[in-house]
Design a protein around this ligand. Structure first.
Ligand code: COA
Length: 183
């Protein structure tokens, strides 16, 4: 089978697809890596990873997008996720669609997140025709913020994230967006 057929879309080196329940173990391994989870409040349990994948599959069914499961095209290895997801927590900019990423640490610094995020942003704006895409990260996650600027998003402001309010280290977040038109 043409391996590209299993993907919704591809970039030069990556394929983006819906999730399978068979991804649970590999995603749980990524979620259990303390390096990957440095800027999150905790390490998800296997049940939480399963719930996440089920939520992504539902969002894909309902909306046609999710944080996509990402594979390398050269070896079809699953390397994590990059994609789009609805955010509905209480904030001035929600509800909105954000772009996010989480890559297996062994695959870092190969340009995969930059390449994949640029492709997902193009998909969001030019194929899904979304008007705006947002990106959010704790201010101390400089690497993630760097990806946002690399794909051309524009910093709007810093805010206290309502879901991280009890976490002194993480609660101050940066908000980036495709267009600089916040009223
Ligand atoms: C953030 C993440 C997705 C980046 O993935 P990646 O595939 O290594 O990213 P890339 O290789 O495309 O780019 C990494 C860039 O960050 C830069 N970088 C590396 N360490 C950095 C740091 N501490 N501060 C700022 N920039 C840094 C690299 O130089 C590179 O930029 P360049 O291409 O301009 O040289 C990955 O580290 C990850 O999964 N982190 C854990 C999950 C996470 O934090 N997600 C975001 C939650 S808000």
């Amino acid at each position: 089978m043409d391996s590209k057929k299993k993907y919704e879309f591809t970039s030069e080196r990556l394929g983006f697809r819906n999730w399978d329940l068979s991804d649970i173990d590999e995603m749980h391994a990524i979620n259990s890596d303390e390096k990957v989870m440095e800027f999150f409040p905790g390490i998800p349990t296997k049940e939480q990873t399963t719930e996440f994948i089920e939520r992504m599959r539902k969002q894909f069914r309902d909306k046609g997008f999710c944080y996509f499961a990402v594979e390398r095209l050269d070896n079809e290895a699953f390397i994590g996720f990059i994609g789009l997801s609805e955010q509905t927590y209480e904030a001035d900019f929600t509800p909105c669609v954000d772009i996010g990423w989480r890559i297996k640490s062994r695959e870092w610094n190969n340009g995969f997140a930059s390449e994949g995020a640029a492709r997902c942003l193009d998909y969001a704006l030019n194929e899904l025709k979304l008007e705006n895409v947002y990106a959010i990260a704790p201010k101390i996650n400089r690497k993630s913020e760097h990806i946002m600027t690399k794909i051309g998003l524009v910093k709007q402001y810093e805010f206290e994230h309502p879901l991280l309010i009890k976490n002194n280290r993480l609660r101050t977040c940066v908000l980036y967006k495709t267009k600089n038109d916040i009223k």
